[in-house]
Design a protein around this ligand. Structure first.
Ligand SMILES: NC(=O)c1ccc[n+]([C@@H]2O[C@H](COP(=O)([O-])OP(=O)(O)OC[C@H]3O[C@@H](n4cnc5c(N)ncnc54)[C@H](O)[C@@H]3O)[C@@H](O)[C@H]2O)c1
Length: 366
């Protein structure tokens, strides 16, 4: 006897239901016993162009968490590209493991072969847990990689451009919230001072902001605090600080039902992807509390702009101009959000969705 199952019910553990929920185009599971590789590549949408997205290496609690992460991140990439006016689709990859302990040249190159099998439908670059050296290993197996170091023909670190875009989004948020975009004298809590966070601290300190920093990496904290004259705070106290701006620059979902109650800031603007644990619920809660949220996929698009620069060869000046344009787009989003009485996140999503729908139609008619 076959067991029957309600066709329309959504099974939280079903890979197919998860793919269908956010309309993912393709998900590839990569496994290799010899190197210990366990990775997932998710391609969300390719209407605008080939899916692009970093490869993250992280010690996930379990495989389901890794799948959820890659599905959310790849979807975010689709919207990031759409709202920035770039012609890329959304994709992302995650390698399950500790990047300090489990990474090897063979593992990365084996993973690269899975990317190569996709024939250019997915192009990758650096993310948390991967670096320029890893991109060089990937380049040995496939041409579908960017984010290479300057010495190997790339544009180097995406951190400075990403941080500049976040800084622009933060200034636009200040303009919206306080009528003036100066961050001089404002207090900012930067959570995570890695590639992006450190540059953000620099831009803020150069403008005269008071900057608080937290990170899991004690050595890095001491280094950044000394270099930029920033104030170290313990990790678990970052949400309780009485600051003007909270800048999440570590991992996602830090704005959730527990932390929102503790926040005293007026603005949230940072580089981390998927900052809102639940985009609808937490976006609405922030709106009602009068905390202005600068949509993550918009203001952290500097990394994508940097990668676009490497592919198209537009040069440093034009790259920084594109990152600077995040200021104007962020203000437009806040205007739309006010006019339509929707959260800034949904306002940004509407614009991104519309561009994708328009281009899909254009391509269907040609
Ligand atoms: N690099 C880019 O160009 C780029 C572009 C867009 C978005 N992002 C996103 O911005 C974030 C930061 O990127 P990055 O390139 O700086 O990464 P990174 O790995 O260089 O830095 C992340 C830092 O956060 C710290 N961290 C991790 N968990 C933490 C926690 N719970 N509390 C405090 N600190 C914690 C890490 O120790 C590390 O120093 C990531 O979410 C990334 O996806 C990065």
């Amino acid at each position: 006897m076959f067991e029957t199952k309600e066709i329309n019910s959504v099974d939280a553990n079903s890979v197919f239901d998860k793919m269908a929920e956010q309309s993912h185009k393709n998900v590839v599971f990569c496994s290799d016993k010899a190197t210990g590789l366990k990775a997932i590549i998710a391609i969300h949408d390719t209407t605008l162009g080939p899916a692009i997205g970093g490869t993250r290496m992280w010690h996930y609690r379990n495989e389901a968490d890794a799948l959820d992460d890659v599905l959310r991140l790849s979807r975010g990439m689709t919207y990031k590209s759409a709202i920035t006016g770039l012609n890329f689709g959304g994709g992302k990859a995650v390698i399950i493991g500790d990047s300090n302990r489990d990474k090897s040249e063979a593992l990365i190159r084996r993973f690269a072969r899975f990317i190569n099998n996709l024939n250019g439908e997915f192009i990758t670059s650096q993310d948390v847990g991967t670096n320029a050296r890893d991109m060089e290993y990937i380049r040995m197996e496939t041409p579908h990689v960017v984010g290479l170091s300057e010495s190997t023909g790339g544009t180097g670190h995406t951190g400075p451009v990403s941080a500049y875009g976040v800084y622009m989004g933060m200034k636009a948020s200040a303009k919206e919230q306080w009528g003036n975009d100066s961050l001089s004298g404002k207090s900012v809590a930067v959570q995570g001072i890695g590639n992006v966070g450190e540059y953000l601290v620099k831009y803020l300190r150069d403008e005269g902001s008071r900057v608080y920093i937290s990170d899991l990496d004690e050595e890095r904290l001491t280094y950044v605090a000394r270099k930029h004259d920033a104030i170290i705070v313990p990790n678990n106290q970052i949400y309780d600080l009485d600051v003007d701006i909270y800048a999440p620059c570590a991992l996602g979902a830090t704005v959730n039902s527990d932390t929102i109650k503790r926040l005293k800031c007026s603005i949230i603007a940072g580089s981390a992807n998927n900052q809102l644990q639940d985009e609808e619920l937490h976006g609405q809660m922030l709106l009602e509390m009068g905390i202005l949220y600068a949509p993550d996929f918009l203001i952290n698009a500097g990394g994508l702009i940097s990668v676009h620069s490497e592919i198209s060869g537009i040069g440093k000046k034009r790259t920084m101009q594109l990152a600077e344009s995040i200021y104007g787009v962020t203000l437009d989003i806040f205007r739309k959000s006010k006019k339509e009485q929707i959260t800034p996140y949904n306002a940004a999503l509407k614009i991104a969705d519309k561009r994708i729908a328009d281009i899909r139609q254009l391509k269907a008619n040609s």
